[in-house]
Design a protein around this ligand. Structure first.
Ligand SMILES: [Zn+2]
Length: 133
């Protein structure tokens, strides 16, 4: 199963919904809930076009209460660095289906050798794990 590389949740869907409570979000404030964006730490999020935003997911919420609740929920989730490195490896390998030699892979992902090894170990482990979904 490929990692989730959407970057932002709910993007492209219309209308947008609050990631916490599901309330419909409108761009015009007088129509109802105005979107409150929130940047969340997520080790499974890698961005195809903005690698500097790897490890972050932008959520949309309807209010400051939902913003805080969503932040709290994400703060409780483990941020697994090896997962982030694994997602970077997958992204680089997907972009170059002909394959990459380890030095090219390091260059492409900006990872150290130890991080690359940990990333591949994480992928191996995930392959062996029975799917949670
Ligand atoms: Zn909400």
């Amino acid at each position: 199963m490929p990692p989730d590389v959407r970057g932002a949740s709910g993007k492209g869907e219309s209308p947008a919904r609050c990631d916490e409570c599901g309330t419909t979000l409108w761009v015009e404030p007088d129509r109802g809930a105005y979107p409150h964006p929130v940047v969340l730490p997520d080790s499974s999020a890698v961005d195809l076009f903005h690698p500097e935003e790897d490890g972050q997911r932008v959520g949309m919420t309807c209010s400051q209460e939902c913003q805080r609740a969503l932040e709290k929920r994400f703060m409780q989730r483990p941020f697994v660095r090896a997962e982030l490195w694994a997602c970077r490896l997958e992204r680089a390998l997907r972009a170059r289906p002909e394959g990459l030699k380890p030095p090219e892979l390091l260059e492409e992902t900006g990872l150290t050798e130890a991080q690359m090894r940990a990333g591949f170990e994480w992928l191996d482990e995930r392959r062996r794990r029975p799917s949670a979904e």
